[in-house]
Design a protein around this ligand. Structure first.
Ligand SMILES: Cc1ncc(COP(=O)(O)O)c(C=O)c1O
Length: 379
């Protein structure tokens, strides 16, 4: 019988699925600090510090940068809600669950969506996206997923941004699984709207969605014919997060703000390039060991994402049973996402878990669990 008045006592887990990852202990510690009110000028200074650090992590000196009080999905929705109006054309590169989700969000906003698709595990070639742009030169927005967490594929975003220079179509990038873990240069690559989340390579708890918006995207937002939903309106959010004196917009999630502030500080102390290199080394180490053990990876090798590896479940193995075995030992990995996903395991090495020791632990446990599953039934 469950005691309804007992406090929650969750088990210890090593979170090596597609996210959330384990929280950086420094962020957990920051969340214990004294709670300020959302209209306290002391908090407003903290917000400005946070924005300044977030600019460095996104490499976004221009435009506007701030975290939404929401998850990655609302970051996606904020991009569409601010930049797209009913009847606009939106081109989406979709070769996995989250590309499909962008298309769905755009469709729900009344956009005419041109979906350019590829098989799961491959990325949609830039040439095909550019061909769609040639066919729809008045498209308002072109969107891709930088790190497709459902397949482990990394989109060549720098090259796409370079090809789109001079186009009037805005470039939106889903950076949920890349911000703070994979090279990203918002200004340098010509991105107009990027969104992320806190629970992956940043190593904070879920609940915030850092976004970056270019100057020309802000200009498009100002010239809209129709209003933006209030909670996602970047102009209104700016009046709380960046303009001083701050204007009330919503009651900010103070403790999550402390956590995000702390992980951004940790990233800049570690060094952004060093952090990307740490994620690359951990991911590569895991992938080499997985291939050596005879597993097949879903993504194309030259476009393999570092923080997330998707492994095809070998023929005759019950993938879910393997996940359950690992979870019973305190290790969480993911399975396939959505009905279209091939049978797979998804392993994330993100934030504080992006190191070769953790990679060794996960691959060792996975091999042992598969061997147990594969064992002939006694008798
Ligand atoms: C690439 C990508 N985009 C968007 C999302 C949605 O983020 P959230 O679950 O925080 O809403 C996720 C979540 O895993 C993701 O991996």
């Amino acid at each position: 019988m469950v005691d309804a008045l007992a406090p929650v006592s969750p088990s210890e887990r090593l979170l090596c699925g597609p996210g959330p990852t384990n929280v950086d202990p420094a962020a957990l510690e920051a969340m214990q600090r004294p709670m300020l009110g959302h209209l306290d000028p002391e908090l407003h200074d903290i917000l400005l510090d946070l924005v300044a650090m977030l600019r460095r992590v996104y490499r976004a000196e221009s435009g506007m940068v701030l975290p939404l009080q929401s998850t990655g999905t609302s970051g996606m929705e904020a991009g569409i809600a601010n930049l797209v109006e009913r009847g606009d054309t939106v081109i989406v590169g979709a070769s996995g669950f989250f590309g499909k989700r962008i298309a769905e969000v755009a469709r729900r906003s009344g956009a005419d969506v041109v979906e350019v698709t590829a098989e799961w595990g491959r990325h949609v070639r830039n040439a095909r996206l550019l061909a769609a742009l040639d066919e729809h030169p008045h498209a308002r927005l072109l969107a891709v997923v930088h790190g497709e967490t459902s397949t482990g594929s990394e989109h060549p975003l720098a090259e796409l941004g370079a090809e789109m220079r001079g186009s009037r179509t805005l470039l939106m990038a889903d950076c949920v699984t890349t911000l703070g873990g994979v090279e990203l240069d918002f200004d340098g690559w010509g991105i107009d709207f990027a969104y992320s989340c806190t629970q992956k390579c940043l190593g904070a708890p879920p609940g915030m969605s850092p976004i970056a918006v270019s100057d020309r995207a802000l200009e498009r937002r100002r010239r809209r014919r129709t209003p933006v939903p209030l909670s996602l309106d970047v102009e209104l959010l700016r009046s709380y997060w960046v303009e001083r004196p701050a204007t009330y917009h919503h009651t900010a999630p103070i403790l999550h703000i402390y956590a995000l502030h702390e992980v951004l500080r940790q990233i800049l102390i570690e060094g952004l390039e060093q952090r990307w290199a740490r994620h690359a080394a951990a991911g590569r180490h895991f992938q080499v060991r997985a291939l050596d053990a005879g597993f097949e990876l879903l993504a194309e090798p030259e476009h393999q994402l570092a923080p997330l590896t998707a492994i095809r479940v070998p023929e005759g193995i019950d993938g879910k049973a393997v996940q359950q075995q690992l979870l019973a030992d305190g290790l969480e990995i993911g399975g396939g996402l959505g009905p279209q996903a091939p049978a797979m395991w998804r392993v994330g090495l993100m934030g504080p878990n992006a190191d070769t020791e953790t990679a060794d632990r996960v691959i060792g446990a996975l091999i042992a669990a598969v061997e147990r599953e594969d064992a002939p039934v006694p008798g």
